[in-house]
Design a protein around this ligand. Structure first.
Ligand code: FES
Length: 151
């Protein structure tokens, strides 16, 4: 075998043998855990037992509400105006036609600007056209962290 033929043969063989490894590596990247998994408590996006850190108590008390958006869902956290020990976590998507809702601090309710539906802090309907409550999530406080189970 000539030297040039041998090098071509080895080059093709090397490429062919490394192709499965490259494909497997790409597969591992696609299957690797998302940015929120495996983080330690106290870091942004910590996830433990299905709960995800959405913010801090101090941030909630400063702004009156917390919003967090993940790749799968979003959440709005509000302190109950009538019971400061109670937090509510709801999906901020109107049940009428899917517009994004927002917390109105002065009125102390959740409002949809699309058609005027209004919701209590716990997500129940005050005024339609929406007839179903906002989806709610379990929420808990650990230290200064607010954790929501968004599944
Ligand atoms: S989408 Fe919210 S009131 Fe219609």
């Amino acid at each position: 075998m000539e030297r040039r033929t041998f090098l071509k043969w080895v080059g093709v063989g090397g490429l062919a043998s490394s192709l499965p490894v490259a494909i497997a590596a790409c597969g591992n990247i696609a299957a690797s855990p998302g940015p929120e998994s495996g983080r330690r408590p106290g870091t942004s996006g910590f996830s433990n037992s299905g709960y995800t850190k959405v913010g801090t108590v101090s941030a909630l008390d400063k702004s009156g509400r917390l919003r967090k958006k993940t790749t799968a869902s979003s959440v709005l956290v509000i302190r109950d105006p009538n019971d400061s020990d109670t937090l509510h976590a709801v999906e901020p998507i109107c049940t009428h036609q899917g517009c994004e809702v927002s917390w109105r601090n002065r009125e102390q309710n959740i409002f949809c600007a699309c058609h005027g539906s209004t919701f209590d802090p716990d997500g129940s309907v005050i005024r339609g056209p929406a007839t179903s409550p906002l989806k709610s999530y379990p929420v808990k406080v650990e230290g200064n962290s607010i954790l929501v189970k968004m599944s």
